[in-house]
Design a protein around this ligand. Sequence first.
Ligand SMILES: Cc1cc2nc3c(=O)[nH]c(=O)nc-3n(C[C@H](O)[C@H](O)[C@H](O)COP(=O)(O)OP(=O)(O)OC[C@H]3O[C@@H](n4cnc5c(N)ncnc54)[C@H](O)[C@@H]3O)c2cc1C
Length: 225
Amino acid sequence: MRSFTEDQVIFRDSYRKFLASEITPHMEEWREAGIVDRSAFKKAGDLGFLMIWPEEKYGGMGDEDFRYEQIIIEETARSGCKGWFNTLHSRLVGSYFKRFGTEEQRDRFLPKCVSGETILAIAMTEPGAGSDLAGMRTTAEDKGDHFLLNGSKTYISNGINSDVVIVAAKLAGAEKKHAMVLLIVERGMEGFERGRNLKKMGMPAQDTAELFFNNVKVPKANVLG
Ligand SMILES: Cc1cc2nc3c(=O)[nH]c(=O)nc-3n(C[C@H](O)[C@H](O)[C@H](O)COP(=O)(O)OP(=O)(O)OC[C@H]3O[C@@H](n4cnc5c(N)ncnc54)[C@H](O)[C@@H]3O)c2cc1C
């Protein structure tokens, strides 16, 4: 039995060429800078290499076959472009919109995620809460038409480049002690600040940063799930 379809074999070949022409030649420069240039996402988006799974109306291929992602992971590893974290944007974070997003949220956010104009991140870890997410201190307080978000996150991949961050927070004043909410925080929201781009032993081209939220008003339309 063949492991990949004919379309996937062609996709692999195109993605390999894309890496060789658009990513590999810049890796050294991006490692030095500690960040991949945003234009890489746009170029990948233009060629259909970001987010394969969203339906065509969002600009994707509407193909949920995980083997496309497998090809992206394999080819990226083979090329040595480890800081180019396509799969974080496309699968790890993007999938939250598929699983938990409303139709309105998918309409609003997915087209620009597919095109690479919007870069995604997810923020759960805090200085005192990694594996043990129940220890999170970031809170979201229900203020009627919005949540008031306060706290900080660390080790956030795409922390500097991201335009949209899915932030996990504890629901302030909830009856259930560990009640949480996922909020879609957008670049430019008042009170949302970025901290240091952290130095790491591996993946130096991947921006991994601290994020701070100081009375950020997140509208209820940006509650995920
Ligand atoms: C390069 C990089 C990128 C990252 N990107 C993101 C991101 O995009 N978004 C995000 O939210 N986070 C991100 N993280 C954070 C990552 O998810 C956390 O580092 C991870 O959850 C572990 O948390 P911690 O570092 O606080 O370690 P800890 O939770 O303190 O764990 C330390 C050690 O103790 C062990 N341990 C913990 N609890 C137990 C237990 N109950 N029993 C036994 N052993 C235990 C762990 O296995 C580990 O070996 C990133 C981290 C790195 C290094």
